[in-house]
Ligand binder design. Sequence first.
Ligand code: FAD
Ligand code: UDP
Length: 367
Amino acid sequence: MYDYLLVGSGLFGAVFAHEMKKVGKKCLVLERRDHVGGNVYCEEKEGIRIHKYGAHIFHTSNKKIWEYVNQFVEFNNYVNSPVANYKGELYNLPFNMNTFSKMWGVVTPKQAAEKIEQQRKEAGITNPKNLEEQAISLIGTDIYTKLIKGYTEKQWGRSCTELPAFIIQRLPVRYTFDNNYFNDRYQGIPIGGYNVLINALLDGIEVRTCVDYNKERKEYAGVSKTVVYTGPIDEYFNYQLGRLEYRGLRFETERLEEENHQGVAVMNYTDQETPYTRSIEHKHFEFGIQPFTYVTKEYPADWKPGKEAYYPVNNERNQELYAQYAKLAAKEKNTIFGGRLAEYKYYDMDDVIASALEKANAVLNHC
Ligand code: FAD
Ligand code: UDP
């Protein structure tokens, strides 16, 4: 008999389990993959940690969360500064004075702002209603065309006019020469990799891998007072209201006999024609000096049931369907739903940790 049965060993499940273990609760974690860690899991090859489910850079402005993760692992001083490759033309990201100067030859922030204002006026956008209008109104048509349109349409498999504006609002626009992709105060990669963090969180907790709770639910019925479910919410309810949509990804990793392939951890391919969106040279996350390298190309893919669900597709249809599933979830006795799949949310790692801590505290304060 356990106090908590946790379905999923990603950050949500691992943090929640850790908090419960700390106060003496007995936890069992079930994970359907053959390893723990969810999407932050890294596979080590010849001393280089491969971000198996996509590049993960930890960043937060939440001091409490930064201190929380630093209890378990130290972080290095990696700062994410991806480079955009548009048909062989290279631009710094996020959109900043280096990008503007390369794009237009402008020298001062005033000249860059004037150029953007002129392009925004020409496009006639006053009240942006979709991603295309939002992007043009933020950084003008040239940058939209070369650095956003192709990447975004590949990534989401939809036209920028059909996508919500908030997706692009994730990216900073700066009138300084600053290539740091994030505005957050704290940033880095765990020294030794994300597995160190996950293993420390799950230390002393019983974990069973290769167990799919949704397939073996009968066997686990009644083994705990409470279930914490972090898998896809529609799957939990056997798709009774219909299927939520996700965006899929496919990764191709190769070992190259060269020390430094692209000179940066993340290179974004922003044209329409290159079939992948990003190329990741993993060693640069940890300042590796091996004489060889591993590079992963990230291909966006249509998602089908049974495939890994990477990104929730945030359109009206899916949001409405999720809201109906959330109503069913609220009625489910002794079950907590959390994390990016169960809440169908485009969560960053720090948000997931904050949410797990909040839900764990709410339960503990209620006891
Ligand atoms: P997950 O990590 O998905 O964990 C859920 C776990 O539950 C999985 O291991 C799954 O196998 C398991 N599971 C599901 N159903 C069942 C079942 N029925 N039975 C048993 N187990 C089950 N965030 C950042 O902050 N920075 C980044 O740079 C960043 N990059 C990202 C890149 C990509 C490509 C993606 C997709 C996400 C990225 N994120 C990033 C977001 C980050 O991955 C998530 O915020 C975080 O990993 C979510 O944790 P989670 O526990 O909610 O979900
Ligand atoms: N984006 C873009 N060009 C780029 C990088 C990002 O147009 O070179 C857009 C794209 O729509 C993407 C969004 O900005 O979905 C958010 O980018 P982010 O890097 O935060 O995406 P994630 O890491 O979540 O995949």
